[in-house]
Design a protein around this ligand. Sequence first.
Ligand SMILES: C[S@@+](CC[C@H](N)C(=O)[O-])C[C@H]1O[C@@H](n2cnc3c(N)ncnc32)[C@H](O)[C@@H]1O
Length: 335
Amino acid sequence: MAAPAMSKDNDSLADMLTALRQFTRRSPEPPAAPALQPVRDTAAPLTPEESAKALLAAINRFAGFRSTATLERKLGQVLRNVPGEEIQALLDRVERGAQQELIAIVEDLTNHETFFFRDTMQLDPIARDILPELIAYQAKHERHLRIWSAACATGEEAYTLAVMALDALCHAGHAKFDQQHGYRLLNGWKLDVFGSDISRQAIRIAKAATYQESSFGSFRQMPDGWRRVFVPIGNVSGRYGNDVTNMTLLPSVTAHVRFDTFNLMSRNPPVLDMDLVLCRNVLIYIDVALQPDAINMITRSLRKGGYFVPSLVDQINERQLRPRWINRCAFYEKR
Ligand SMILES: C[S@@+](CC[C@H](N)C(=O)[O-])C[C@H]1O[C@@H](n2cnc3c(N)ncnc32)[C@H](O)[C@@H]1O
């Protein structure tokens, strides 16, 4: 289970401090954006706690993050070491809509914890029930399976879904796998998996598709049998000076997956006609009041009969979605 994104350790707070100071010293000024609300209307300098609140409010408007007392306190501690005029310069830029600053702070506040085949309690019913149903539908329609991993972090979830979909297509007789060629789709079938995340750093890693085979990393819960889709691409020195193998996925898997940055607070979905959308381990970090808009935006990306899969703990009250219970997990079908 992911560690809470909003409780990063002191190291990352120190990184954030460095990032904040870089921004406050940067020039020239970014272009002005519409909202011109002043941060405060008195000449009195803000306390570090007030500054932290103002910064978190801007981040809430931009990325939907819910502010927590712990985060406010920690950010307040960080800001205590930054001269008042630097903080004020940063807040002024942020209030004028300077997105670069917000993006950089969001990078520091987000938790990109993820791994291949995460939460098999949800993935097993997807492999056994949901994907065969979606493939049966597409066999009578476009023969084109479209999947979106929304907030995919460093890409493991998107690649996992691609492998699961390819295997389901093999099982249904619409694809073939052999060790020499990898996967081959048959009879005009297409598969597109889109992975998106607000973090540019995470998307860069996802596109590179190179993962270290360390015990607590991306491969920590690999089910048996999945090694066949990975290829070793050399050894590197690990965190403890040990040799670690870099792995990538078969080209016949990566060929079906593409990535881009996308903020779940956006009004419109980046893709349409999706058969399946996963958005897991992220809504818990989004303000409860803003979650319905994100869920509605995701729902609009689905075709009728497509499925939305949030985390087990997420509360979904979207009238266009009907829950279907399998294995004590809810899968939300678009009406
Ligand atoms: C804990 S990871 C979850 C990764 C993957 N879905 C999983 O379950 O393994 C949460 C991801 O959500 C992303 N995120 C947070 N807020 C976001 C937003 N407003 N829009 C898009 N992505 C966001 C973070 O950058 C992070 O990579």
